[in-house]
Design a protein around this ligand. Structure first.
Ligand code: LLP
Length: 435
């Protein structure tokens, strides 16, 4: 489900013509569909309605204030990994008491800030961190609510950089050691044991690893409930989305999934819920979820304009105005993003095999290699699809390129929700060298 489709020959986000938006705000430009974010959130909430649950949106996927606001108004909680993310949630009107604070390297300042704001739980990743949180809470005469992150050692089949639930990863505490660590937590005066957490990876496209991990944790949850009265199990995020589609299906719907060689079946919310509900139903604790990509991934595109076309002996390059600094996923994970022209190609129009590359001075600065695309000419607009998650948030100023602007679409309205950076922004805070 997503809010992008062709209408009168142009790609639209909901009711908004993306060519007009690009003209008004320039490129590269991130555009998000509010309806898609809310649609995903509501479908997930309704699929899980029979159990007591709280969806804590993983802020790291897209932390724009407007996106956080949309979800805060729906009553969502938030999964945060830094003091900065907590600050953003509060600035967006989110409730800090619905925030789970994850991450392997929380600082003193972050822990103090989170205690002050009364977060729902610290998701603790090591015994050293547990002891540190206890000391900081003691100094403030506070009780820190915690959950330990269990590493269930499950193969989730995703990219090695985003797979987190195997024992060789830096995340969590091994299943065999978890009872002992809870016991030492129970002995700490300023720690309040509140729950247990797991997260096995990201962009997981099958339901089975989730069910397997929950199955492995179920006896632990029962035991912890009996011993310490834990209230919740957080099953993390990681639900995969569709990145690959087939645009020449003739229906004008890029997501209709026709006979593409790269075709794959997405993990649907229904299939996910069906797999996880049976083991969760019987646990008798509240279930927390931390989806990031599922909610926002297909809700965003990166609009870019073709600057130059360059042909070498072997290749044809479309040099676009977005670069790896704007969207690093292809360079970092070799991830596939569909690229579509904003002007709808005529039925049966010719295609060609091209590399789509950015202006950054690195060979890794590409969005597609040897990709069959409809013919695009200089000055034409293209949309890099499924860029709503881990897009803008991972953007940088590399090559001193100002960060792109962001626009949120709701129905017929397109609102600038982050201004494009200027050259002055690039040097703000810098000091000259002493003479
Ligand atoms: N919970 C925890 C503890 C996490 O570490 C993550 C993501 C999430 C939830 C949300 O995962 P999601 O539902 O979005 O898969 N930059 C990479 C993804 C990194 C994911 C890190 N952890 C990418 O662009 O694919």
């Amino acid at each position: 489900m997503h809010g992008f489709h062709y209408q009168e020959g142009r790609l639209h986000c909901e009711e908004v013509d993306l060519e007009q938006v690009a003209q008004e705000h320039g490129t590269p430009l991130y555009v998000y569909s509010a309806g898609t974010v809310l649609g995903h959130y509501r479908r997930l909430a309704s699929a899980l309605s029979e159990i007591d649950h709280l969806i804590c949106y993983a802020v790291k996927a897209n932390s724009n204030r407007a996106i956080l606001q949309l979800l805060a108004r729906e009553g969502a909680g938030f999964d945060i990994v830094s003091g900065g993310e907590l600050y953003r949630v509060i600035a967006a009107g989110g409730d800090p008491r619905l925030c789970t604070f994850a991450g392997v390297g929380k600082s003193r300042e972050e822990i103090e800030y989170a205690l002050e704001q009364g977060v729902f739980s610290f998701n603790v990743e090591s015994e050293a961190e547990l002891a540190y949180i206890n000391r900081i809470a003691a100094a403030r005469d506070a009780q820190a609510p915690i959950a330990l992150r269990v590493n269930p050692d499950v193969e989730a089949g995703s990219h090695k950089y985003v797979s987190t639930g195997r024992s060789e990863n830096k995340f969590g505490i091994a299943l065999e050691r978890i009872a002992a660590v809870y016991e030492s937590a129970a002995g700490l005066s300023h720690i309040r044991i509140r729950g247990v957490q797991m997260h096995i990876g990201s962009q997981i496209t099958e339901a089975q690893p989730f069910a397997e991990a929950i199955g492995k944790l179920a006896p632990v949850v029962r035991d912890l409930r009996a011993r310490y009265g834990i209230e919740f199990l957080s099953i993390g995020g990681g639900m995969g989305i569709t990145y690959e589609a087939w645009f020449a299906s003739g229906s004008g719907d890029w997501w209709s999934g026709g006979g593409n060689a790269r075709e794959h079946k997405p993990l649907t919310i229904g299939a996910y819920a069906e797999a996880i509900l049976p083991p969760l139903r019987v646990l008798g604790v509240r279930v927390l979820l931390e989806p990031g990509r599922l909610l926002v991934g297909n809700a965003g595109v990166l609009l870019t304009r073709v600057r130059y076309i360059k042909e070498t002996g072997q290749k044809k390059f479309l040099i676009v105005d977005a670069g790896m600094n704007d969207l690093i996923r292809p360079a970092l994970y070799q991830s596939y993003h569909e690229i579509v022209p904003v002007r709808q190609p005529a039925d049966g129009a010719a295609g060609e095999t091209v590399d789509v590359v950015g202006p950054v001075c690195e060979s890794g600065d590409f969005f597609a290699q040897d990709r069959e695309l409809p013919t695009l000419s200089e000055g034409e607009l293209a949309a890099i699809m499924s860029a709503g998650a881990y897009g803008f948030v991972m953007a940088s100023n590399y090559n001193s390129r100002p960060l792109p602007a962001e626009v949120l679409v709701r129905g017929e309205r397109a609102t600038l929700v982050r201004e494009r950076q200027t050259y002055e922004d690039l040097v703000r805070g810098e000091r000259g060298a002493e003479p």
